[in-house]
Design a protein around this ligand. Sequence first.
Ligand SMILES: [Fe+2]
Length: 458
Amino acid sequence: MAKLGYPFTLGVASGEPLPDGVILWTRLAPEPLHPTRPGGMPSRAMTVRWEVAEDEAFTRVVQSGAASAQPDWAHSVHVRVAGLAAGADYFYRFTLDDHVSPTGRTRTAPAGASTAPVRFGFVSCQRYEHGYFTALRHLAGERPDVILHLGDYIYEYGKPKNPGPGRYVRPLESEAECTTLGAYRNRYARYKMDADLQAAHAAAPWIALPDDHEVRDNWAGSLPGDGSSPAAFLKRRAAAFKAYYEHMPLRVRPSGPSLQNYRWRPYGRVAEFVVADARQYREGRDMLGAEQERWLVARLTGATARWKVLAQAVFFAQRKFPLEPPSTDAWDGFPDSRARILAHAPDGLVVVSGDVHNNWAGDLRADWDDPASKALGVEFVGTAVTSMPPATDGSAILAANPHLAFFDSHRGYVSCTASMDSFQADYRGVAFVDRPGAPVTTIASFQVKENKLQRIDL
Ligand SMILES: [Fe+2]
């Protein structure tokens, strides 16, 4: 049998940190963009070895084992490592025959009693053809404890007929829109070959949440968003979620068109990440579905950590536009769902979101139209890694929404540090994305004081 080419072309990743373990990920793909055989792999299972060590040179290996890479799952590998120490750095790698993967650094969640500060970054909206993932490289350099990805990890679109300036900076693997499993797989492979994206995965564990473009623009519940029927769309959603799982360090597999995205990740006494899925269970005027909403309210009211970080994809606060109606794809389209959640807002509520390709920050108000009403927490909306921002009149929107305090149109990421007595968010921006090598600067920094934003003078 012909010898397999280098199989670790898509890098390595880790995710879903618990105090005693993480998920380790890789996928075998010697020819990542092969048009018919996923990854250019033979259609049989292969055994991959993995190692976890305390040091980057692998002189103190603490665990190792073998995992089967199955053709049905595009030869992806998801290793569930347990029995590690809490709040500790580890290094991991995979081997297959003589081939050794790049080394990843990961970190377990802290123990339940830990009061050590928690450093995390959050990102969203990385449209490959719109630019270079330089922001992810800078985030990797910060080596946060954990990285949250809030959706639009890929975009399903094909090449536009006449792409405007900055809209087709680097070529996709195919000019067609993704609708099939094979097409989604190769779209992920295209993204995963990016060295900056690989660096961000190799730097820290991720907690990832899909939004609409992992499947299709503006889908909601069982509806594709283009007026067509749910039956064909649910097949497409199943293919899209399967490809998402095959490329992400997740704990659970999708089941047909369903993927369990809402989950709770405690980080000691300092922070709890409550991840909500504001896409899959939408129905009518209901954003989360009854079951998830019950779960979320119980998580928020039962939370004991200092900061309750509600991680979800779309703009949460009210956002009035001077000339247009509010977005029906964000929480403004689901005001009753939002009000029911805010009725249970715990002290220390911090909502983090993405989707809109601009930076925003604001207070969450008991009555949006009364700036003197009670502050119920804050929201930090992170910009895109690369996706082109829409034309947005930031100052007019700020004027129409007194609870919103900050607008900025850089692309980049948000870096947060939570401790027992403070929460700080630093908005990092890159100067350009249409070529590699942009420097990063801190655009603005905020702290949370008494459930309200406070800008820090830089
Ligand atoms: Fe997006």
